[in-house]
Design a protein around this ligand. Sequence first.
Ligand SMILES: [Zn+2]
Length: 220
Amino acid sequence: MDSLVQGYELFRAEVFPQQRPLFEKLATGQQPEALFLTCSDSRVVPDMILQTRPGDLFICRNAGNIVPPYGEMLGGVSATIEYAVCVLKVPHIIICGHSDCGAMKAVADGSHLDGMPNVAAWLRYTDSAKQLVEYSLPLHATPHERLRAMIRANVVQQLGHLRTHPSVAARLQRGEIVLHGWNYDIAHGTLEAFDATQGRFVVLERQRIPKALEWLPLEL
Ligand SMILES: [Zn+2]
């Protein structure tokens, strides 16, 4: 705990004074560039990976970067999405998984989650990704390959759930929001992004930022 309070003291003594104008500007409002939905894992630090500042990202975190489908569970994730889309009008939503994810390991291994009924219920939102992986990977796939596939398939499944949220569906129809599915590699510090046109994850670079959904508005 000492190190946490020491960090706060450093923030008060050096960081805050240096960035006072930014904090003063942010004191009365925010206009983040994206809703960033990622795992609670301590090794995933969005502001470090993207070099963003306070006010840039509206962040929602939970075990396994999961988005329950609309109506299934009226909880914090649904409310956060609704607020980001309807009030803050974020133009982008990024779902970001990561390597060595404990939640995805539990799913991929078929771990018994006795004594953790909430974790078990929560991870059921990854069931179709799990089944997709089981049906697609060769039987001799290694645990590492299985986990890697699970992490990616989960990001894609959660993107699907995102579209069931009415606020998101409406903005997609009007071309006001773009969905992104990313995966962060902790050991290498790299991001890959799901490219819906290719059906696979590709290197993320500014010259070509892949969309996780090729959306054609419904003709009405
Ligand atoms: Zn994780």
